[in-house]
Design a protein. Structure first.
Length: 82
C-alpha cells in the first residue's frame, strides 16, 4: 500500500507528508528502491531544503499525498568544460 501511494506521488509529482520516527516530514519523493541490507527505502528532497534524504519504509506511518501543490525535481547543473 505504501508503495502505491509513493509511486502515484512520484508519477504526478505531488509532495507527501508522513510521520518518520514520530517526526512529521514533508517530502518531494524521487524514487523507491532497496538499500544495501535489502530494506525498502524512498529517496526524496525534504521540504525547504536542498538535501536529498533516504527514509526506510518500516519507519514511515500516516502517509498523505498533498495534491494541492506539485513540484519539479531539482536537477544539478554540471558546468561544461571545453
Amino acid at each position: 500500500m505504501k508503495t502505491d501511494i509513493f509511486i502515484s506521488a512520484i508519477e504526478n509529482r505531488f509532495p507527501v507528508r508522513f510521520l518518520y520516527r514520530l517526526s512529521e516530514i514533508v517530502l518531494e519523493p524521487y524514487f523507491v528502491t532497496f538499500n544495501g541490507t535489502g530494506k525498502k527505502v524512498i529517496y526524496g528532497r525534504v521540504n525547504n531544503t536542498n538535501e536529498i534524504k533516504v527514509f526506510e519504509y518500516e519507519k514511515i506511518t500516516n502517509i498523505k499525498t498533498l495534491q494541492y501543490n506539485r513540484f519539479s525535481p531539482i536537477i544539478p547543473l554540471v558546468p561544461n568544460y571545453n
